[in-house]
Design a protein around this ligand. Structure first.
Ligand SMILES: Cc1cc2nc3c(=O)[nH]c(=O)nc-3n(C[C@H](O)[C@H](O)[C@H](O)COP(=O)(O)OP(=O)(O)OC[C@H]3O[C@@H](n4cnc5c(N)ncnc54)[C@H](O)[C@@H]3O)c2cc1C
Length: 377
């Protein structure tokens, strides 16, 4: 029987598994995908996560392949509205480290046990001395018992833990187009830029290797044909003066989910399985990584002593739920700010953003965007 079983080999599950293994805990990871997932999602790793992962050496390995973004700019109609100075925050890592999520996952996998792939967990049953798991491994049923189980399955495995309807899911109408494109060297190579115009937001974030991530608000009801999406992305880029040819353009929507609890006895839920926040704000993966980094020492202590550290675990749960709520509120503000607006309201938005980013409020926003509001920052 494994001391801890982790369901899901995404970034959050793999960080937890690595942190537990480093503390001498026997840990298994079950992952339904036969191969590591492709696709491009999170690109920013924030200061509190870099601080939390420093001791294990993960931070050094992440930074070796990342761009250090020390400054963000809000622009409108080609003019500067305000600046977000990450480099002026009093933190050990005064920047956002940007790298593709697949690269982050590869670094996390180095320190974690190999997941059992093709293992789809279908049920968890609480027993007095552990948790019974049912899974299908490449179509063959298996059963096993584990002392503790951590569900880090993303939205896909939420129903393993929560009853239907127990967790409110808010779907936003907003849709976005995204592309990671070659831009070559340019003056703002290490600057995150957010264009806010009547047509809505266009984000332009640096990536390693002379590339940038572009995300634009996409009007509702747009044609879902890939060629049509590419045309809309090309228009959004050229309207903001971005001389870039979009490569593969993907689309995504936005949901807001914050589960009221993250523990039931010997079962824990972390990462997107417990909370989803809008990618317009870039904190979803970071929130989950902090769930994992802060839970690992408590579970290791439970395994070592044979006694549940209930007081610490209940504090942990309160802090993580509060942090998810704070991130979800910030993401909701970002989502609202990024919509297309009529001319008069767009002018008010420009005035509001100028005021928001001017000192002293600007420092507060830099703090919030760098995840300074997280209870474990
Ligand atoms: C377009 C986009 C951009 C984003 N940008 C950012 C960003 O810049 N910064 C940021 O912090 N976040 C960002 N995010 C959010 C980030 O990608 C997620 O928060 C992060 O991937 C969550 O990690 P996770 O490990 O909790 O879940 P996942 O990455 O979803 O991994 C869960 C794993 O569990 C497996 N699984 C599911 N169910 C089961 C089961 N029953 N049995 C076994 N295995 C199972 C899945 O196959 C998967 O591999 C973005 C998201 C999107 C969509």
């Amino acid at each position: 029987m494994a001391e801890v079983t982790v369901v899901g080999a995404g970034p959050v599950g793999m960080l937890l598994a690595g942190e537990l293994a480093r503390r001498g805990v026997e840990v298994d990871v079950l992952e339904r995908r036969p191969e590591p997932g492709g696709g491009s999602r999170a690109i920013g790793v924030h200061a509190p996560v870099l601080a939390a992962l420093e001791e294990s050496g993960v931070t050094e390995r992440l930074l070796a392949g990342a761009v250090r973004v020390r400054r963000g700019e809000a622009r409108s109609r080609g003019r500067l509205l305000g600046v977000v100075r990450f480099d002026r925050l009093s933190t050990r890592f005064p920047y956002v480290a940007t790298l593709p999520q697949a690269a982050t996952e590869a670094v996390l996998a180095e320190g974690a046990p190999q997941p059992l792939r093709g293992a789809h967990v279908t049920a968890l049953l609480a027993r007095p001395d552990g948790v019974h798991l049912r899974a299908g491994v490449l179509g063959r049923p298996i059963e096993r018992t584990s002392g503790l189980v951590v569900v880090a399955s993303g939205a896909g495995g939420r129903d393993l833990v929560y009853r239907p309807g127990a967790v409110a899911v808010r779907e936003y109408r907003d849709r976005y187009l995204m592309t990671d494109a070659e831009t070559g060297p340019r003056a703002d190579d290490e600057v995150a830029v957010v264009h806010l115009d009547r047509a809505g937001v266009l984000e332009s974030f640096p990536l390693p290797g002379g590339r940038r991530r572009f995300v634009t608000w996409d009007p509702p009801g747009g044609d879902t044909d890939p060629a049509e999406r590419t045309v809309r992305m090309r228009t959004a880029l050229s309207e903001r003066g971005e001389a870039v040819e979009p490569a593969a353009v993907s689309a995504f929507g936005v949901r807001r989910v914050v589960a009221p609890g993250m523990r039931n006895g010997r079962v824990f839920v972390i990462g997107d399985a417990a909370h989803e926040v809008s990618p317009i704000g870039g904190q979803g993966m970071n929130l989950g990584l902090l769930d994992a980094a802060t839970l690992a020492p408590l579970l290791a202590e439970w395994v070592r002593s044979g006694r549940s550290p209930d007081t610490e675990l209940s504090r942990w749960e309160k802090r993580r739920v509060a942090s998810a709520r704070a991130a979800a509120r910030l993401a909701a503000v970002n989502t609202a700010l990024g919509r297309a607006l009529p001319r008069t309201i767009d002018a008010a938005r420009r005035t509001g953003v100028r005021a928001m980013l001017a000192p002293p409020a600007g420092r507060l926003f830099a703090h919030a965007y760098a995840m300074g509001l997280d209870a474990d920052a």
